[in-house]
Design a protein around this ligand. Sequence first.
Ligand code: ZN
Length: 462
Amino acid sequence: MIQFYNTLTRKKEPFNPIEKGKVSLYTCGPTVYDEAHIGNFRTFMFEDLLKRVLMLNGLDVFHVMNITDVDDKTIKRAKETAQPLQALTENYTQKFHEDLKWLKMLPADEYPCATHHVSGMIKMIESLIKKEHAYVEDDGSVYFKVNSFSKYGQLSNIKFEDQKVTERIGSDEYSKESAQDFALWKGWKPDDGEVAWDSPWGKGRPGWHIECSSMSMEYLGDHFDIHCGGVDNMFPHHENEIAQSQCHAGSSFVNVWLHSEHLMVEGGKMSKSEGNIYTVSELKAKGFTPEIIRYQLLSGHYRTKINFSLAKKQEGEKIVKRLSEFKSRLESFDLENVTLDENPTIYSEFVKNLSNDLDTPNALAIFFDFMKKMNRQMDKGSIDKEQVASSLYFLDKFDSVFGLIPRTGKVPEEIVKLVRRREQARNIKDWNESDNLRDKIDALGWKVKDTASGSEISKKSA
Ligand SMILES: [Zn+2]
């Protein structure tokens, strides 16, 4: 059984996809006005984890992530840097894709850009006006009438006092704790420069919230399974999405809403003045690998605040090294004619924990305990080949979720055999033969190191 904590009901609930075996997933993507930072990547990493866990359960996931390439922030930054909006957003969209790939995240099936979908947004706004959920202002802006939707506030639990909803808000982001009529369409202002589309209400541009409502429904239908984002997206962004979408389609919008908590960096909130807004490029320059970053972001539960710290780099390195060593140890066994038990109890336990609202801390603990046990058995020489085979199976599944083992080329069979022969020679203390074999391995471009837990094979650097 898969269970998720649904923000909408504030309960953990069994997850049942609308269409059997398939999951429709929408995740709010980046606003491409700058490089994404480690806090943004915590959210994207949680969504990647969610997707991998659904896949581990045999579900076929269709994932849409939007790219916000027009909004208040992008327009402001383009103006500040004196470049056309498109040049700015294309540059950061490309950087975002490079970062995702480097962090070993699975790509989404679709990455719709807001600027390519404005006509769909205009249609949706027209429908909302027709159904009297929206109204046009004198400046050509269109606002959503918050008190026309009695369920407004259901996601974020904000107080809804309908007499007070008289204020209108033109900004995409606001943090006031009361409901306000928000902009669906923003009439053109001189600050917008050349950024404008024609609409029935004159020149203008869409508001941020309508972008996600319109694109998610275009790609996934009026009613789909899961919508995610960071906790800061809950209000007003997701609350407004629900209002727009439900009023437009007249039906349910999304079944399950999942939100990841904030990331703390060096023990505090990320801020420019603290100098702790790390980008992927900066972390790369400081010697972080994708695996070390993945470990830091995935070792805490997604609904808790976790702390990212440069000082934790060594800890991550150690874990990654231990996993790689475990893998090469297991791979050095000859597993010809061994039947594989594909469902050892320990593996089921691991899947059960991940499927329980993505409990990564417990799933990691289960795997590390298992690894310790298997290493001990290998040290004593008391492991049997069936155990090696099922350990490799478990390790492979483990890494399909966590992605903590660096991709090195598989050690060629020829080398594995030489290493094995060398181990046998060492066991009978035939040091001459052992040295000869080491030379042969060396000549073929590989390095063998003797460690307390056995031979460690690595490719010699060029
Ligand atoms: Zn969104």
